[in-house]
Design a protein around this ligand. Sequence first.
Ligand code: PLP
Length: 403
Amino acid sequence: MKPIYLDYAATTPLDKKVIDSMTPFLEQEGGFGNPSSLHSFGQRAMAAIDGARIMLAKTIAANHREIIFTSGATEANNLIIRGILKSFFKNKKNSSADKQNCSITPRIIVSEIEHPSVLETVKILEKEGAIEAVYLPVDRFGVVDTAALERSLNDRTILVSVMWVNNETGAVQPIEKISKIIELFKKNEGKNYGGNYPLFHTDAVQAFNCFDLNVIKSGVDLMTLSSHKVYGPKGAGASYIKNGVEILIEPIITGGDQEYGLRSGTENVPAIVGFASAAHIAHNTYKTEFERLKKMSERFFKKIKKEFPEVEINGSDSGRSPHIINLYFPGHENLGLVMDMAGIAASSGSACSQRYEKPSHVLRAMSLDASRIKNSIRFSFGRFTEAKDIDDAIGRIIMSLNK
Ligand SMILES: *Cc1c(COP(=O)(O)O)cnc(C)c1O
């Protein structure tokens, strides 16, 4: 039985066009050189990175100077959170006016449903005593409480980080609204540390395939992207850092000063080239992909509901990215295993926590009880999911649950 892949939120296969764009930079005849070298081999590789930077920047309405390539979204999130904090403490040490205030701890506000690369990083910094962390609750649909954000912003807040689309439920977060709240706070009361803070960051990894990630319209200062969630290769990602904000970030990886000094280390040229071409395709197709996957997701849920009237969606039916659907099957545990046996690759919990069998922090934040969480599973669809896959998957799911 050929397994059906319904785990696009965990990772996506490479698009053939992406492979083609990368090949020259993997071959001896192509641009294998070190981009830092001044000879022609190096310059060819450097030109490829420059081109990729421009191409990626365009997809989010940014300038190429605002893109920092990293090894992935985990590193990009770490660079932003740790880099901002590092810069904050460095500047504070240098400024005599603030010397008396050395005991003041900066505040970082994040949602309870962030990806572990944000959430765990913030928790570690909190434990170290470097920051005071505030975790914004979500409603039963998995959408962040913006009133709680308004209450949490204070004159010590340096960063707010809320993801665009949640990777376990697909819940779309009110990014523009959050931007406006922070903007208003800055205008009315926030002269935080010279008026530079609070900064607004969004992890937009799961939003790239179905939404327009326009950094101007969304009003974000910082954004995180990952290549392997948009049909690009693993091991590449990026931080968007708004012009002017880069002076508030210190690198966490130091050395040869690549990536405008914010991320040292020889660039992964083929992966970066592949990432940019993958992003370009994703951006050109997000509208049609949204509609196509919406139909697919509706068909999937409707047909399952017909056989299992007790099935429920964890999260909202409307405010969701259509590529993710998280379902509760009352009375059915170990769904990951059940699906695997039935030849369906889906995900119980987020990919990162599956091995440890921790109950999902996202579903818990939505106030779902332990037994409901145990009886839930995430399906995610993508570019290569066809109607036939959905129908076959439904058949297999119904059969295995009826056993
Ligand atoms: C996958 C994912 C990440 C991590 O991306 P990597 O490139 O694998 O490090 C971060 N945030 C979200 C929302 C994700 O889905």
